[in-house]
Design a protein around this ligand. Structure first.
Ligand SMILES: NC(=O)c1ccc[n+]([C@@H]2O[C@H](COP(=O)([O-])OP(=O)(O)OC[C@H]3O[C@@H](n4cnc5c(N)ncnc54)[C@H](O)[C@@H]3O)[C@@H](O)[C@H]2O)c1
Length: 313
């Protein structure tokens, strides 16, 4: 079985938005050569240059370094390209479609080496299900990168019922070596770790609007100006320890019966869908969005993340 020291050649299957970013991230370890395989031709360099423009403009990434990193990325649309066969580790980022993912892994397993490690970047689909038809499920693991993939540090490494411990460890070492913060999700559960947490918050946020407790703008102001502000420094369970587990118990005894616990999406969301309020896509969701607002929101998010991650360097 491959260990961290054996990993040199990384294959990214699917060169879309996530695939390009993951390829760029992998080049931050100078020992790695990356092959990006996609069904269709795509300009990987142009995509990476567009995604990293703010890092370049801010001086956090130097043009020479970017050029050197890009020189270690090779692109192909040929599934029988010898570069695919050399892969020590594969990260799949094709369309979020079970059939396509299973077919992709079947083709790759037939071509890659007998000890190659396979990872899927699926956001929501179960890695156990994706790998169900593979011959060597012990070499398969979920690696859930977050968008924007070149900035957000977390990658959830999700073990299936068959993943060998050594495989998850090797993948975690590889991810750490490219500057990511890998976190082990020991069970293959819907939403893994971070989306379960995130959507528990969204469910309550939407419920507060639905029940007329506060409007959408107020909910976001409340989050951004209270616990949201301190979360990167003091997270939920550290905060629970800070206030004390006794107080946490007292608060939960009082408040939990009043929190949203629906197992269905909110009726308010359904109403919004019926009214064509699709968010950025239609220009209105919980708020109204002009194209200028949308561009600013995206640019501000990247600028904020860069300040948070690189600000003190
Ligand atoms: N977009 C996000 O925010 C996000 C975040 C985390 C994870 N993901 C996951 O990453 C994966 C890719 O998402 P994306 O947003 O990059 O999608 P995308 O549509 O931008 O890219 C998918 C790429 O896969 C290629 N492709 C499709 N079928 C293929 C095949 N059979 N063989 C080779 N290439 C094929 C497409 O040509 C396309 O370039 C999905 O599983 C998605 O759920 C997405």
């Amino acid at each position: 079985m491959k260990t961290f020291a054996d990993i040199k050649e990384i294959l990214i299957a699917g060169g879309g938005m996530m695939g390009k970013n993951i390829a760029f991230v992998c080049t931050s370890n100078p020992n790695y050569h990356i092959t990006v395989y996609d069904l269709y031709p795509t300009d990987v360099e142009a995509g990476i240059r567009a995604n990293t423009k703010q890092l370049l403009d801010g001086g956090y990434l130097k043009e020479d370094d970017l050029k050197e990193r890009l020189s270690r990325i090779y692109f192909t649309t040929d599934i029988d390209d010898p570069a695919l066969k050399k892969a020590d580790l594969v990260i799949e980022a094709v369309f979020e479609d079970m059939k396509i993912k299973r077919e992709t892994f079947a083709k790759l397993e037939a071509r890659c080496s007998a000890d190659c490690i396979f990872c899927t970047n699926s956001s929501v689909m179960s890695p156990s299900e994706i790998s169900a038809e593979m011959e060597h499920r012990e070499r398969f693991v979920g690696t859930h990168f977050w968008n924007p993939g070149h900035l957000i540090p977390l990658v959830e490494v999700v073990k299936t019922d068959a993943t060998a411990d050594g495989v998850a460890e090797t993948v975690m070492e590889v991810l750490a070596s490219v500057g990511k913060k890998p976190c082990l999700c020991k069970k293959d559960v819907p939403g893994f770790i971070a989306n379960r947490l995130q959507h528990a918050l969204w469910r309550e946020a939407i419920s507060i609007v639905e029940h007329g407790i506060a409007d959408a703008e107020t909910v976001d102001i409340a989050i951004k100006n209270s616990f949201g502000l301190r979360l990167p420094q003091l997270s939920a369970l550290e905060n629970s320890d800070m206030v004390g587990t006794q107080l946490t118990w007292n608060i939960h005894s009082y408040v939990l019966p009043h929190l949203e616990d629906s197992h269905e999406p909110s009726p308010l969301l359904k109403q919004m869908l019926d009214e064509g309020k699709l968010g950025f896509k239609s220009g209105e969701g919980f708020k109204k969005w002009s194209q200028e607002d949308i561009d600013k929101c995206n640019a501000d998010l990247n600028a904020y993340l860069i300040r948070m991650l690189y600000g003190n360097r």
